[in-house]
Design a protein around this ligand. Structure first.
Ligand code: 13P
Length: 364
């Protein structure tokens, strides 16, 4: 590995750091609203709404036009391609609506997973080919950060060395292309919760995967201060008979991160991964209260665990819009408190707060 390379020019470093620090502002987190058309279709079907372009637009309008107080809890929102080019019924582009509340628009830039040949149902993620051109366009159109999700599966023989190496490399290549386009990368190596494994197996797999991703990002000269990791919390597998307490989840998660991630990283935002809204909030709170030293902001970037109660309250009906937006405000505020370790478990109810949101072999 050559050590002959240039650091990014100072103005680029400054711009990336400023965006990343804004995303990681104390007590703020990120709304993941970047469901693909088919995934959004499943969420809409759950509440009896047809998966039409207009219904997806109406739903995203509901999320993004929530009262500006939501900007006290949200620093960013990740969008799917179509939302970047959609607008409110009055014609205001969603990117402008978000920016006016101090919420930074972001964009999912991967194009989903594909199988790894002859593997045990393992996958890698596609989307590199025209990434530089797409990033340049998204930046011009108001997006300042991006997300790329890789998926790793815990089974007896997996994740394999191939899956770990391949996904680490594709994440590193993605992150470097984003940074060259003045876009902060959110690097997401998600370890699925499917399986009967225990807490310590999830911790060891998380450490192995994160160590590989960090090495690959180093090799690709990624600028750490302008980069964010989006990771799973360390929990027992969904089918494990052993349940873990919030303190056990917190210690296993904090330990895995402390053993692997450089202090220079701008921050960590957790995915919710099928936890209920309340579990995701309680676990984030416990992680922020965990004994020992974590050198980065530890916050949320939830999809399902920020939207389940919103979708249920809305049900596709305009007359429910305010109630649904109130669900977003209160759950985002609960997570904001949890990001500071100040949440009191049970303090915030919601229509779907206790509902498990697990989806087998989750696609995004
Ligand atoms: P969940 O919070 O629903 O797991 O999704 C977050 C996300 O952005 C996954 O890529």
């Amino acid at each position: 590995m050559t050590t002959y390379f240039h650091y990014p020019p100072q103005p680029l470093q400054d711009e990336l750091k400023k965006i990343a620090d804004s995303l990681m502002a104390p007590g703020k987190g990120i709304l993941a609203a970047d469901e693909s058309v088919s995934t959004m279709g499943k969420r809409l079907a759950d509440v009896g709404v047809e998966n039409s372009d207009e219904n997806r637009r109406r739903y995203r309008e509901l999320l993004f036009t929530t009262n500006s107080t939501v900007g006290n809890s949200l620093s960013g929102a990740i969008m799917f391609h179509e939302s970047v080019y959609q607008a409110t019924a009055d014609g205001v582009p969603f990117t402008q609506v978000l920016a006016s509340k101090g919420i930074i628009p972001g964009i999912k830039v991967d194009s989903g997973t594909v199988p790894l040949f002859c593997s045990e149902d393992e996958v890698t993620t596609q989307g590199l080919d025209d990434l530089a051109q797409r990033c340049a366009r998204y930046k011009r159109d108001g997006c300042h950060f991006a997300k790329w999700r890789c998926v790793l599966k815990v089974k007896r023989n997996t994740p394999s060395p191939l899956a770990i190496a391949e996904n680490a490399n594709v994440l590193a290549r993605y992150a470097s292309v984003c940074q060259a386009s003045r876009i902060v990368p959110i690097v997401e190596p998600e370890i699925l919760t499917d399986g009967g494994h225990d807490l310590s197996r999830c911790q060891k797999v998380s450490e192995a995967v994160l160590a590989a991703v960090v090495k690959a990002l180093h090799d690709h000269h990624v600028y750490w201060e302008g980069c964010i990791f989006k990771v799973n919390m360390v929990t027992p597998g969904q089918a494990s008979p052993m349940k873990a307490t919030p303190d056990q989840v917190a210690m296993a998660t904090a330990t895995a991160l402390r053993r692997t991630l450089p202090p220079a990283l701008a921050g960590v935002a957790f995915l919710s991964g099928g936890q209920s809204e309340e579990d995701a909030t309680v676990h984030l709170n416990a992680i922020n209260k965990c004994p020992g030293r974590s050198p980065w902001p530890l916050t949320f970037s939830y999809g399902r665990a920020l939207q389940a109660s919103v979708l249920r309250a809305w049900g596709g009906r305009d007359e429910n819009k305010m109630q649904a937006q109130m669900e977003l405000i209160t759950r985002a505020a609960a997570n904001s408190q949890a990001a500071r370790g100040l949440y009191t478990p049970g303090a915030v109810a919601g229509g779907a707060a206790g509902q498990g949101l697990y989806v087998a072999n989750h696609q995004y």
